[in-house]
Design a protein around this ligand. Sequence first.
Ligand SMILES: *Cc1c(COP(=O)(O)O)cnc(C)c1O
Length: 432
Amino acid sequence: MRYVSTRGEGTATLSEAVLRGIAPDGGLYVPEAFPTLPPGELDGAHTLAEVAERLLAPFFAGDALAGELGDICREAFTFPVPLRDLRGRTAVLELFHGPTAAFKDVGARFLAGVLSRIVGKDANADARPLTILVATSGDTGGAVAAAFHGRPGVEVAVLYPAGMVSPRQEKQLTAWGGNVRAFAVHGAFDDCQRLVKAAMASRELRADRRLSSANSINVGRLLPQMAYYAWAAREYVRRHGVEPGFVIPSGNLGNAAASLWARTVGMPVREVVMATNANPAVTAFAAGAAWAAHPTIATLATAMDVGSPSNMERLLHLFGGEDAARGALRAERVDDAEIRRVIREGPEVWGSVWDPHTATAVAVRERIGGEDWIVVSTAHPAKFEGVVEPLIGRDVPIPPELQRLLDQPSHAEPLEPTLDALRDALGRPAPP
Ligand SMILES: *Cc1c(COP(=O)(O)O)cnc(C)c1O
């Protein structure tokens, strides 16, 4: 399997696509052609790791890591991903039982397994250490830090805006130590992102280290997300005898793209509906507008505050242009008032406590009616206690993995938002 850029130039192996992150022409890597899995191909695969290994085998075919796919899957899918039946032929797929209690753990752990093996393989060819730079406004950085912590040959530098992430989020960024360094940048998230881009482009910085980024456009994060859609759709068919639709809380559209890729290779996914917060880019497009970026709107579902979702480029490529994509995509927008209502009513209506992201999908499920929907739950409500607890009038118990992290000491290094300051900081050893 070769990977091509959505903008058309050049092809890459899977390992090359993962190491580069973004294609040289600025496009995103996508599989050159999607295989169709023969019926019965996944029969006998029961665990998520088993489903992932068979589903992803064609996507690793011909790559240097093909023989290690099984190990990579067993390492990545160590936490449970329950599919819980609710009432009214609705189920919820809980993706938040990983170390940082959000679905980004899945993609980040798989990517870490792939990248650390690539580094191990070419250590002789290039002995410089690999530094993964991550700019984060909260969730992504924690998942990447957790996934790479303790991996030999790889360092992680997490850049976050000082004072602008929640205390629990900050803990998830700073509790690691070792090969993970957290920099509290005196600036906004945009400054962090600008610094990472400048570093990636800096010849001076790249002279003595290899730099890579681990943001959500890496194809190594998307592929493993196909696996839980394949597993959940098959499990739903086994229980209920019909194909489910998925309602997905969406921001950068990586999760939605993975579900559509799973459908494309033949998984029993009836339909996909993207639930967005008040940010209008996707719903405006679905309603007939040309694809366009919008200014970002701050909402309660912060991890979905995206004005210009990057993975739309992959969806346009998948369907073959704007008109075809518009006909194939379904999206619904949910404002903060509705998020609040759904969280407040969650315990009574669904017997569940929802986080603000999952609440967008639950709102859409309630709005569109019908049967046989799987609502995708992307975060544990204890991560967003400041929003959730006042609405439901009680505390949300903290899951044990999250509690363990909150009990660790913090290691954060202050950083001025300049490339010189970042270069100096990376050049000196991490404080003990
Ligand atoms: C990142 C994130 C999303 C959005 O996922 P995309 O793949 O960017 O669409 C939704 N919910 C949570 C909790 C997230 O962290």
